[in-house]
Design a protein. Sequence first.
Length: 127
Amino acid sequence: MRLLAALLLLLTFSSCFLSRSTTNEPLRKKQLEQLHAGTTTAKEAIEILGAPTEVIQLGTRSAYRYDFTTLKRAGFSIIILSFLNEDTRADRAWLFFDAHDVLTHVGSTLEGNEAEYAMPWQDVHGD
């Protein structure tokens, strides 16, 4: 009987939860493919991608950073004990411009939508 009461208490005060948060808008490969080194201007890049997250001056040159981040969190709570797993993935692009605001090169990673929900004891990425 005590075991049954303990089990009912455990089930009554346990819960699972999922949450998701994002920062900025996702970067799209199709948009990045519209940028061409040697021809695209900083103004055109902003028209295609929107305002950058950060602009860095490099002497007479500049670099624009674009970011999108997804955080997915899954957890399980039992009375006062919680187990939590978080997976954060990001899209990031750096655009480099010369002294005349013409694009010289682009570097990017697009992993923002690859974040996954998992319980703390799961290894979904094989890490």
